[in-house]
Design a protein. Structure first.
Length: 245
């Protein structure tokens, strides 16, 4: 079941706010009856009409993309740069990214046209673990990595505890490869966390999102999530949210 205004918005008839106005004005019917209340929810089998015209509802779709560097996590860009939806040019559904990866960050990104699913995964209570591999300038001391593990103070507040593992380092080149797992989604968070301990991130890749990995994909390639994967993600997010109530 979905809110009526969301169904109208997803069908591309109007924005969510405009859809609410259409409902209040009595221009929307559900199964032949005029609906003027905003709280009404409809099922996939319900017939929805706007101005006497039945709307066509998109089926929900879910994709995993291996986002390359130099691509914007958006559906459009006013500077004409490549965006993640460009990799789905032949798709009829209007999908959007769940969260974002920075322009210079590569790795696993989910896309969907299911707004409820996206909001569930992005909610702070969902605590979906995201694993990144960072190449940093300099070789971090163990005591500094522990600061990241405990949570470190940034300008927008202290981060939640992270899992951190040094994978390798090159004393001659003065670089290190560090794996870090977080469940928050603040803007440029991983880069800012390393900057807070004095190490610039030279390269960053998200390798895992929950139980999902990039296995079998090359940069720029995508695959559809299986119904079981979608169900697992939804169940894990709901379970994490319930534990925090």
């Amino acid at each position: 079941m979905e809110r009526l205004q969301k169904v109208i918005a997803r069908a591309g008839i109007a924005s969510r706010r405009k859809a609410e106005e259409l409902i209040k004005e009595g221009r929307v019917k559900v199964n032949g009856k005029i609906v003027t209340e905003l709280g009404v929810k409809v099922a996939a089998s319900d017939r929805v009409e706007v101005n006497e015209i039945p709307i066509e509802r998109e089926e929900s779709v879910y994709f995993l993309l291996y986002k390359p560097r130099g691509v914007i996590s958006s559906v459009s860009d006013d500077k004409g740069r490549k965006v993640v939806t460009d990799f789905f040019a032949g798709l009829k559904e209007r999908i959007f990214p769940i969260g974002r990866l920075d322009y210079d960050t590569s790795g696993l990104l989910l896309l969907t046209n299911d707004g409820e699913f996206a909001n569930l995964l992005m909610h702070p209570r969902s605590e979906v673990e995201k694993v990144y591999v960072a190449k940093v300038k300099g070789v971090p001391l163990r005591e500094n990595l522990r600061k990241l593990e405990k949570g470190i103070r940034l300008e927008d507040g202290k981060t939640a505890p992270a899992k951190v593992k040094m994978l390798s380092f090159d004393k001659k080149k003065q670089t290190a490869i560090v794996e870090i797992a977080i469940h928050e989604g603040r803007n440029r968070q991983v880069r800012r966390m390393f900057e807070a301990i004095g190490h610039e991130v030279l390269k960053l890749k998200r390798e895992r999102y929950g139980f999902l990995t990039l296995s079998g994909l090359k940069a720029g390639e995508a695959r559809e999530l299986t119904p079981h994967e979608v169900k697992q993600l939804r169940a894990a997010a709901i379970d994490a949210g319930n534990k925090q109530k």
